[in-house]
Design a protein around this ligand. Structure first.
Ligand code: NZQ
Ligand code: ZN
Length: 388
């Protein structure tokens, strides 16, 4: 177990009928808000009415910034920053999934920056301040509701980069599982795949072999992501299933899993971001493909760790050698993805394998930014070859 500091300042308000508290929570930070949301889902499922009624009741004037798309775009973030400046807004209210919350974070930081907001992502400047961010989460997936990260795609350069800063922790996030009853089966499964990927990145990359609490915790999260996803697919209005999936996804990337693990890395995300940037595939769908390939690629080097995953998550038993168990584990995970409707090959995403070179070239920029030095162009191509 390595030394660690765990500090997560986000207040979580979890449960049924919690959305009407958003006005009161946001009013602590100001009475002029930017209301950020996506395409149309919150208007269809009644969340928009609940949020706007609550803001009005709390005396908050708001300017709408709708139309955040999945894999949010820099140009749309810049438009949000212009609205904040024009109306001298004080607080951001983000209502949606990870894309909406990430866009809100970029707007919050960009509004107070001297230079352009993309400078944060390209590493040219660090965040020194951000407007307070409050959120109403409508999709269980990214953990953005309780972490300090944001991911945005530069629509001019087709680069999908992330950035992290303590200023980006939402002040408060409202998690009402009932809002996710309307999430369609595909995004329900992609969300579970994303949560699994967040845990697996840490699980696979820690060098510390003596972190029993963390390993059990991570295995429990993966099991719960899978079980709750299955429940939600059988019955989209299963409150217990939706609640378990939502809380699992939040815990999967709020800093708890990595406490004590020492250095961890995000190579699968590094590669997936290029799939999203170049082909606009849903993040979780890109990840189920990359995870399936990456784990096969690591079968030899990480046989023990993967076999442990098989025993503790998939209930694999027997006297088989770790190498065999590891292979069975990867097959079990791939089968599970297929069962819940997540793709496991590039072809299922309609990505031609002839593009592997181009994808690796795009991913290399992020590998360098994240200092994943072992991931050369050649190595990324090697991983992608396993994703076929
Ligand atoms: O735009 P609307 O109409 O809201 O529709 C969305 C969107 O089409 C829909 N949706 C959301 N809530 C719904 C709903 N549909 C019905 N009922 C509801 N209650 O779902 C679709 C996907 O939404 P999106 O926000 O794009 O999904 P997700 O939460 O998976 O976010 C993905 C983005 O987050 C980034 C990803 O890269 C991607 O850009 N990530 C952010 C991270 C972070 N900040 O920590 C970490 C992750 O690894 C990830 O990179
Ligand atoms: Zn992710």
């Amino acid at each position: 177990m390595q030394n660690f500091v765990f500090h997560n300042p986000t207040k979580i308000v979890f449960g049924r009928s919690t959305i009407p508290s958003i006005g009161m929570e946001a009013a602590v930070f100001g009475n002029r808000a930017l209301l950020v949301y996506g395409q149309n889902s919150i208007k269809k499922n009644g969340v928009f009415e609940q949020v706007t009624a609550s803001l009005a009741k709390a005396g908050i004037m708001f300017v709408e910034h709708s139309g955040v798309c999945s894999n949010p775009l820099l140009s749309h973030v810049r438009a949000g920053i212009a609205k904040v400046r024009e109306h001298d807004l004080q607080v951001i209210v983000a209502v949606g999934g990870g894309s909406v919350i990430d866009a809100a974070k970029a707007i919050a930081a960009g509004s107070l920056a001297d230079g352009d907001v993309w400078d944060f992502f390209s590493g040219k400047q660090v965040i020194k301040a951000a407007l307070p961010i409050t959120t109403v989460l409508t999709l269980a997936a990214t953990g953005s509701e309780m972490n300090a990260s944001m991911v945005v795609t530069n629509d001019e350069t087709q680069e999908k980069f992330g950035f992290k800063s303590p200023f980006l922790f939402p002040k408060v996030s409202i998690l009402d599982p009932e809002t996710t009853f309307t999430v369609p089966p595909n995004y329900t499964a992609y969300g579970a795949a994303d949560a699994i990927a967040h845990v697996l990145e840490a699980y696979m990359s820690t060098k510390d072999e003596d972190v029993p609490v963390q390993m059990d915790f991570m295995e429990g999260l993966i099991r719960n992501a899978m079980q709750s996803c299955e429940r939600c697919l059988v019955n989209p209005s299963d409150f217990g299933g939706r609640a378990a999936l939502m809380w699992t996804a939040t815990l999967a990337l709020n800093g708890l899993t990595v406490a004590g693990l020492g250095q961890t890395a995000f190579p699968m995300h590094m590669i997936e971001h290029s799939l999203s940037a170049l082909y606009n595939v849903p993040h979780g769908a890109g990840l189920s493909v990359v995870m399936s390939g990456w784990l096969r690629w690591r079968l030899k080097q990480d046989a023990n760790r993967i076999a442990r995953l098989g025993r503790h998550v998939f209930g694999l038993t027997g006297d088989s050698a770790d190498a065999d168990l590891a292979e069975q584990t990867v097959n079990a995970l791939r089968n599970w993805f297929s069962t819940v409707g997540c793709p496991v090959t590039l072809a299922e995403l309609n990505i031609p394998t002839g593009d592997i070179n181009k994808i690796a070239e795009n991913a290399l920029a992020l590998a360098q930014l994240w200092q994943l030095d072992e991931y050369t162009q050649e190595r990324i191509e090697e991983v992608l070859a396993y994703c076929q």
